[in-house]
Design a protein around this ligand. Structure first.
Ligand SMILES: CC(C)(COP(=O)(O)OP(=O)(O)OC[C@H]1O[C@@H](n2cnc3c(N)ncnc32)[C@H](O)[C@@H]1OP(=O)(O)O)[C@@H](O)C(=O)NCCC(=O)NCCS
Length: 192
């Protein structure tokens, strides 16, 4: 439970520090749907780990009703996740997300329908995933990678790499150790 509260604190700090539009702690606490969805998820995940039936899914669906963000209670999410705008984000059951990741609205971390059991993406620390990107299957997105808005990612992405397009291909290097933290969205040439 202490770990759950620690993560909630980091989620709050992430929203406050990452969003230039955030003007106060009160504003983040009361109006940030990404933070609200994570708040519900932290408790749903904790209940799920205690093997309590029904309530984790019920909490998850209630959060979806309130925020438009659907996070399966089974998803393992590190601290400091920032979900900007949020509407339409879907995070599947066996997804893993490292610390300090940023997701924009419309991101899907889903299955392909061809895999069973462990079937969702593994997102490592510091990754930024642009609006509307779809990452499908049990593939790894390496730390500090960036996924461009609207991309469909079907293959693993190496760390510190930027991918874009449908299907996604490498278009550059990620320009900083943790693009999710700096919001640095500038490409650098791969050959550089
Ligand atoms: C990937 C990203 C970080 C790169 O931004 P950038 O460094 O300014 O890149 P550029 O615009 O110079 O584009 C570089 C190349 O990638 C391509 N590209 C960039 N974004 C792309 C995208 N979303 N889909 C497909 N190709 C893309 C460009 O066409 C260009 O290709 P070219 O070299 O063949 O001309 C940015 O485009 C992005 O998608 N950010 C997500 C931000 C977001 O979701 N914001 C939502 C706020 S509500």
């Amino acid at each position: 439970m202490i770990d759950t509260f620690r993560k909630i604190k980091k989620d709050f700090q992430a929203a406050l520090s990452m969003d230039p539009a955030a003007t106060s702690k009160l504003e983040v606490a009361l109006t940030y749907s990404g933070f609200h969805a994570l708040l519900f998820h932290r408790f749903a995940h904790w209940l799920g780990k205690k093997r309590i039936p029904f309530f984790p899914r019920a909490l998850s669906q209630f959060a979806r009703f309130l925020t438009g963000i659907e996070i399966h209670p089974g998803a393992a999410i590190g601290s400091g996740l920032f979900i900007d705008h949020g509407m339409g984000v879907v995070i599947g059951e066996t997804t893993e997300i490292g610390d300090n990741v940023t997701l924009f609205q419309g991101v899907t971390l889903g299955g392909t329908g061809k895999q069973h059991e462990d079937r969702h993406p593994k997102i490592r620390r510091g990754v930024m995933i642009g609006a509307g990107a779809k990452i499908l299957g049990n593939i790894e997105i390496g730390h500090c990678a960036r996924v461009a808005a609207g991309s469909v990612v079907l293959k693993p992405v190496p760390h510190n790499t930027t991918v874009a397009g449908v299907p996604a291909r490498v278009v550059g290097e990620a320009g900083c150790p943790e693009p999710a933290r700096t919001m640095d969205q500038l490409f650098q040439d791969v050959d550089r």
